[in-house]
Design a protein around this ligand. Sequence first.
Ligand code: C2E
Ligand code: MG
Ligand code: MG
Length: 751
Amino acid sequence: MRMFFRSTIGILFLVALASWPTGFVEPIDHIYWNNLYKFVSHPARQDIVIVSLDAEKGVGSAEEAKVIEHLRAMMPRELFFDAKVQTGADPLGDAALAKAIASFNHDLSFVVRQQNLDSFSEAAFLFPPHSIVGDAPIVVSAWNSNFIYNIVSGPVSVVLNGKTYPTLSVRLAHLQNVQATTYYPDYALEPATIPKVSAQDLLEGKVAAAAITGRTVIVTSPGQAPLAGYFGHEMVPTLVHDIAGASALRKPFSLDLTPLPLLALTILGLLMANRIARYRFRIPAYAILVAAIIVLPAMARTAGIVLGPAPAIFALMCYGALRIWQKRTRRIQQTNASGLPNLLALSNNELEVGRDVVVAVIARFEEILATLPASLHGEYARQIARRISIGAGAETIYQGDGGHFAWTEEARPLEMQIGHLEGLRALFSAPLQIGHHTFDTTIHFGLDRNEGLDTLTRVNSALASANEALGNGRAIELFEANRLAEAPWELSLHARIDEGLRNGDIWLAFQPQWSLADQRIYGAEALIRWNHPTRGAISPDAFILQAERAGRIDALTYWVLEEAITAALKLNAYGHRFLMSINLSAQMVDKPDLVPNIAEIVARRGIDPSLLTVEITETSGVRNRPAACHNLSQLRSMGFRLSIDDFGTGEASLAYLADLPSDELKLDRRFVSRVTTSPRDHAIVSSTIALAHALNQQVVAEGVEDQATLLALRDLGCDFAQGFHLGRPQAFPAFCAMFEQSQKSNQTRSI
Ligand code: C2E
Ligand code: MG
Ligand code: MG
């Protein structure tokens, strides 16, 4: 039930239900009934006759008395006097009128009319003088109207001055006891068909007695009954409503069922129609529902049952509008051929906590499409989506260009998730059958597990990883898998980096760099560290990349520079020249404000730039190479040392070497660690050192983990070394102690 009230149709039900008492759907009711009764009509029964006094000829009480006398002689069943009572001018006539009325002996009733629709106070009713009425019964005519004074319903009786008066309709219908308190006129009754007789003709003997005898006669004068709206017609005197009211009361039922049953039926119908899977069958279902909602109130009304159509029609209209809107947005967010939602649709979703984004890419998708007729393109994509949906248990599969399919899944532990995707891959080992064509399909996956980032970024990350997997032929590529697997980010990185900097969770570690020639510490590399209060240490590999994506790398880098300068100044105060290396993100090297910002910092801190080494890495990540080269050249001309980090890993390293006037190469630990065991790596290290020296570069070997490696490097002529064997990255006080020690003994490590 709670699910229902949260669904679109459930909400629609509540809105439509709320619309009913507020009355803002009244216009719908009005339009409905007004149009219905333009087409549906029946003639009035002939047993109620209107006798009209011609007021223009100045009808006084004497004439009125005469007409009443005349009518009495024709023996009507009953008479209602609904004309103006003209007393005072003619005392003799007044007496005659009173006498004529009394002679009817209770078969004549006076009609007291409500002067303004919807008002039921005593003042709204004008009673004729008692001298004329005597003890003749009194009936009232009173109505409720809608927002444009169209009569809708009337009460069965009205209480005035403590006395209950029946209404004219009830009396005209000759009903003894009416169950209902309200009734709804029968607007199908055609006003023009109500029998009408002129009082003048009557007095002149032009009216046959049969027209009056045994019938109910209402004596009226023009203008006596106010005009009011009558569905399907112009305004008519309320006397017509009285007669239509009697017609309604004579029906088998006089029942107001409220709009609820119809609204409930509409909602039920919508729910059922929505269950129909095939669009082709859903359309007729909607049509039947609309027809039922239109026809039912009309049919019920002919039997005297009132079913308010407005809330039901309102619900249908809202639903229709919603569907049109959804269709329009879906057109934007839908892939044309297959009808699957596209990646934009996924990116617009806000992902719940604990979801992984997966993108699958089909190898040779476009090639396969080219071999298929255009009419089967959609089917091909849909089949893939269906297989993924079954295998992954994902409800919605989104399709991107070029054979990419995306979905989200519950984030399982990494190994399970990879196992699960491998299972899905196995599902694709069975060929796809499209029309008469059979295809083998190879699928690769990109997985993004970075909770907390916006969906667009995550979809893009998974997409990039899927392409990477496709490129290197791997089944699954986790977006920065090794870096991010341990860091499920829940909060925005912005806030957390700022907080980490503020409270000291982010700090700098310093790893010593040794000179192999004089065997002492000549410098250090500043390496960022993050001790997350709940997650523990987070590797810089994980959060540097995240900071780059979140656009926080600049702030972080300048913070590192400031801290590193503070440390360098202190270490240089020991007396020896001490070099401090910092890492510069590839994302920042080409920025136009990089050089001015760094220049400002070094000027303010009063440090000699030649004491600072800028390490550049991941050269392929640089977007604007010429700008990067320009910036780095400028930094070098300011005095900074430039170092090419992880040399030998990035394909652009050699290009950097060619383009940039650098001072140092840092041999990647991948080669260094195997220098004693692998002749190939030994050759690479040896020739790289030779190349560097030929280009006037100094060489730093990274990742020196044992003495044998250190010796091999020294033999190859390497200048500097850095690695766990020589000293781990450590907090500044510990580093200072180590440095001091190295200075004092001047030879702490014998090589
Ligand atoms: P990198 O610049 O190549 O830094 C050297 C990495 O090798 C450091 O990892 C260091 O702890 C590790 N290492 C040092 N000696 C050894 C060893 O003997 N054996 C092994 N197995 N590893 C060793 P770390 O600190 O985790 O940093 C990883 C990367 O994060 C760095 O690689 C650098 O690219 C980046 N990074 C660190 N700090 C910063 C920073 O402040 N700014 C920027 N942009 N990147 C940074
Ligand atoms: Mg480095
Ligand atoms: Mg490195």
